[in-house]
Design a protein around this ligand. Structure first.
Ligand SMILES: Nc1ncnc2c1ncn2[C@@H]1O[C@H](COP(=O)(O)OP(=O)(O)OP(=O)(O)O)[C@@H](O)[C@H]1O
Length: 591
């Protein structure tokens, strides 16, 4: 938890001041018994000067008021920096999540990340605002109080200190038990969030297959497991709370016996006895609170562990130490060159060959190259290498002679735009979605850029939306059809005016006639843009100047569609395997 100081630094001064205020309040509470001691030993036992008693009562009241002021100051000082730290940590986590490679997001469930970003950080904040300061104050109050008790009567003090031995042992045991169950509870909460997230996301599938009841049953079972863990947690806490509540009382009872005996033997004044018990009453509160504070600290520690697990994941895909700039875009377009490219996914089974097993491919400046291959051969994987969503495990990908790993990611991704088959649109207006990759444009430029891109993508349906380009789409807005979403996503890639356009079968949801229109417009607009497009149906191949065949992790043929059709058996086989077969009609389309 010491590592949290990295984010807590701006708040440390106020947290420390708040802790001091808390400490001040506790010390004032401890001063009251000392006043009592003086009053009892002095005016009360010596026949009573009422003026002195009134003075002492006034002093106790003043101490009480001052204590209340310190308690208020503690809360006022710590509340706001706690939320600042929470915001800093949350923003740092989000920034890190955006930076982490795709392989990380393939491995981690959304709900686990969500619960870390939301509830884990709230737990850390609550600890920082309350738990940390109270822990320090409680320990300090106990130490000072026990010191005062020992000073008042060393014999009674020793009896009290002997009671600390089982408390320490219990605290240690509690820490061990609670740590395990606290972690289990947080992980189960993350799993539950994942189930909610996946079910809401896949609600159509669940409904279509009539699996709502099963989903509910699974959810209820998970919720029940979490509840059981929370109950174990509460039981563990209640055991120590009971012990920490009962033990000091037992010790006090014992001290009372010893105290009365000492007083009757004349070894202790009544004033000292009163002061001792009044101090013990003050000290008992932090001791009783210790269980809650330990639990809070363990919860915060678990939350911090879970947070740091993500923050400690190193983003393997980073910017080079000294990024190279891409050369000015040649008039004819950018040359893309993949040489000896190997790629192995982190999750791939041992003994399996690399998904890409020595790919050599050149996209000439300004050309459109279609990539075909049987399903699962690695076409999407190959595409991901150009904007560096993945890094090659061997070989290189070069744009105009510069290795993509030597270019800053921001520059690279401004040069390479991607449209995926499964387009993700954000809860924002059509305009904002289309302009996602083009920040910093003036209003007029942005308007022109968005309209132009939507036109090329044949997305005229946008004009008919209730608010045109300002219509909010995505999860919180209007639902678009699959083909409409694909066209908005395509417009988003076009709006970037990239040097290289990478299209992962982005027109698959369109009918052939609309695809032909979009294809034709792309052809006219994309002069000078080098394009790599994954084709899953013969009509998409029509977009291309040349076709490359990916087979067993390598490019086995590159050429014009008609030539390949005549010469390459595997190409013919791939075309026939496509959902809309008829290689003959594909010839027609290409012509
Ligand atoms: N993150 C990953 N971890 C492990 N294996 C992966 C990962 N991503 C993809 N693969 C595997 O790599 C292979 C190639 O996948 P890829 O998506 O590139 O194929 P594709 O040719 O685009 O398929 P399709 O035509 O069906 O879209 C597949 O066998 C897939 O299971």
């Amino acid at each position: 938890m010491w590592r949290l100081r990295e984010w807590a630094r701006p708040a440390l001064a106020r947290v420390a001041l708040g802790g001091l205020a808390g400490l001040g309040a506790s010390l004032l509470a401890l001063a009251v018994p000392q006043v009592l001691r003086v009053v009892v030993n002095g005016p009360l036992l010596s026949g009573g000067h009422s003026g002195a008693v009134v003075l002492a009562a006034g002093l106790v009241a003043a101490l009480g008021l001052l204590e209340a002021f310190f308690v208020w100051s503690r809360r006022a000082l710590i509340a706001s920096p706690g939320t600042t730290v929470e915001r800093e940590m949350r923003t740092a986590l989000f920034a890190h999540l955006l930076d982490l490679p795709m392989a990380f997001h393939d491995r981690w469930a959304g709900g686990q990340l969500l619960s870390r970003a939301m509830s884990d950080l709230s737990i850390v904040r609550r600890w920082m605002v309350f738990g940390l300061a109270m822990m320090v104050v409680s320990v300090a109050t106990t130490l000072v109080g026990v010191g005062l008790m020992l000073a008042t009567s060393w014999q009674l003090g020793l009896v009290y200190v002997a009671g600390a031995v089982p408390v320490v042992w219990l605290g240690f045991r509690f820490r061990q038990d609670y740590k395990v169950v606290a972690r289990r509870a947080r992980d189960q909460a993350g799993d539950l969030a994942t189930t909610v997230e996946e079910s809401v996301h896949g609600i159509r599938v669940l409904k279509a297959f009539g699996r709502g009841d099963d989903a509910l049953e699974d959810f209820a079972q998970q919720a029940d497991e979490l509840r059981s863990t929370e109950i174990v947690k509460a039981r563990t806490l209640s055991r120590i709370t009971f012990a920490l509540g009962a033990l000091p009382e037992l010790v006090l009872a014992l001290s009372l016996g010893v105290g009365v005996w000492l007083a009757s033997a004349g070894d202790l004044t009544v004033g000292d006895l009163v002061a001792f018990f009044a101090t013990a009453a003050v000290v008992n509160t932090p001791v009783e609170r210790l269980g809650q504070l330990l639990a809070m600290t363990m919860d915060a520690r678990t939350a911090a562990d879970r947070y740091l697990e993500v923050m400690d994941t190193v983003a393997a895909l980073t910017d080079p130490a000294r990024p190279r700039a891409l050369p000015e875009p040649p008039a004819a377009g950018t040359r893309v060159e993949l040489s000896g490219v190997h790629l192995r996914h982190a999750g791939q089974g041992a003994g399996t060959p690399d998904v890409l097993d020595g790919v050599d491919l050149v996209l000439e400046p300004g050309e459109t190259l279609a990539l075909v291959g049987l399903t699962g051969t690695g076409k999407s994987t190959l595409l991901s290498l150009i904007p560096r969503l993945l890094d090659v495990t061997d070989g290189s990908v070069r744009l105009d002679g510069v290795d993509v790993r030597d270019v800053g990611r921001a520059e690279l991704r401004a040069a390479v735009a991607v449209a995926f088959e499964d387009p993700v649109l954000f809860s924002a207006s059509v305009r904002e979605n289309v302009l996602l990759g083009t920040p910093g444009l003036s209003d007029a430029e942005a308007e022109e850029r968005a309209r132009g891109a939507l036109e090329v993508a044949s997305a005229s349906f946008v004009e008919d939306l209730p608010d045109g380009m300002d219509t909010v789409i995505g999860e919180e807005g209007l639902s678009l059809s699959g083909g409409q979403r694909q066209r908005v996503a395509l417009a988003r890639a076009i709006a970037v005016r990239p040097r290289v356009l990478v299209l992962d079968d982005p027109l698959s949801a369109l009918d052939v006639a609309t695809e032909a229109v979009v294809t034709e417009r792309l052809r006219q607009t994309l002069t000078g843009t080098t394009t790599l497009v994954v084709a899953h149906r013969p009509s998409t191949v029509a977009l291309a100047d040349r076709v490359a065949v990916l087979q067993d992790g390598r490019i086995t043929a590159v050429g014009r569609h008609t030539d390949l059709l005549a010469e390459h058996a595997h190409y013919r086989y791939v075309l026939t395997a496509m959902t809309e077969p008829a290689p003959d009609s594909a010839v027609g389309v290409t012509r």
